[in-house]
Write a protein that binds this ligand. Structure first.
Ligand code: NAP
Length: 276
């Protein structure tokens, strides 16, 4: 079905803080597409009803954010392999046949951001260290495994959650103690912070980065602030560092393409617009 004025939205509870409307509205304007992207505050009890009504209101799809990323899977008719592996969806499409398709583009966004901003990083060259084992870490781990990383050294404050990753994602995951993870920094090809530490209002990520080598690529999912303490230290050592804002921008690309029919481009201008 071709919508004269296609609509998409980010659905969350709360959702006012979301930067997704800025990203998609920028691309709509840049590409002269008449349509809109908005933010919908939807209580968990109302999610099913809202999703049912949206296609009749001109919505082509939506981004799904906290707290609906897992529960939305039960409302989908078709779930991508990636969303199934991650166990959560962030992008849905209302298909012409009336079915709801659910996908997860966070892992794609993570890898695309790294490739754009650390082009010399080669996934197969050595182990990646992943700090944290929450929702975002699932997307990162699935993305890294798909891209051919030989080993993931995983550390989480609550070790049982990291052990759960190992049982789900297999032998390439090596679980280490949170307090010992710095001992592996010297052999890492990539270090990723997926914890909320370092984010505005949260404590700093205070690990011993003394053994970090300049050849290691270091990236943080936190994007407020843009340069976290970990990225600053890594920068001083001479590492290539990649901030988390790019992941947010790149994860939006596949959804926009599915809803509005054109693959948008992540540019410096878009970054500036989102940072305003
Ligand atoms: P989550 O599911 O709540 O997981 C939080 C993680 O942080 C867990 O591993 C948790 O460890 C750890 N953590 C929290 N406080 C800690 C502390 N004091 N010491 C050690 N570890 C601590 O959250 P999430 O959805 O994965 O999000 C994590 C971060 O990623 C957030 O900052 C979020 O904004 C960011 N993010 C960015 C993007 C992007 O596009 N750039 C996308 C998604 C998420 P425990 O398991 O021990 O509690």
């Amino acid at each position: 079905m071709i919508h004269a004025y296609p609509l998409a939205a980010v659905i969350g509870y709360p959702v006012a803080h979301s930067r997704s409307p800025r990203i998609h509205r920028y691309w709509l304007k840049q590409n002269n597409i008449s349509g809109d992207y908005t933010a919908l505050t939807v209580h968990p009890d109302d999610l099913a009803g809202v999703m049912k009504a949206m296609p009749n209101m001109g919505f082509c799809g939506a981004n799904i954010t906290i707290p609906h990323k897992v529960s939305v899977l039960a409302l989908a008719d078709e779930i991508s392999e990636t969303a199934t592996r991650i166990g959560a969806a962030n992008t849905i499409v209302f298909q012409d046949d009336g079915k709801i398709y659910a996908d997860n583009t966070d892992g794609y966004g993570f890898i695309a951001n790294l490739k754009a901003n650390a082009p010399l990083w080669k996934p197969e060259t050595g182990p990646a260290i992943v700090l944290g084992a929450g929702g975002a870490a699932r997307a990162v781990v699935v993305g890294l495994l798909k891209d051919g990383v030989p080993e993931i050294i995983l550390a989480n404050r609550t070790k049982s959650k990291a052990e759960q990753f190992k049982s789900e994602f297999g032998a390439k995951i090596k679980v280490v103690e949170w307090q010992d993870v710095h001992k592996y920094f010297s052999i890492a090809n990539l270090i990723v912070n997926t914890t909320s530490l370092g984010m505005v209002g949260q404590p700093e990520l205070n690990l011993n980065f003394g053994s970090l080598k300049p050849e290691t690529t270091v990236t943080d999912l936190v994007y407020a602030p843009l340069q976290t303490n970990m990225l600053r230290v890594a920068d001083e050592i001479g590492c290539v560092t990649v901030d988390g804002l790019g992941m947010l921008l790149h994860q939006a690309v596949p959804g926009f393409e599915k809803w509005f029919g054109l693959r948008p481009v992540v540019t410096d201008d878009l970054r500036k617009e989102v940072l305003k």
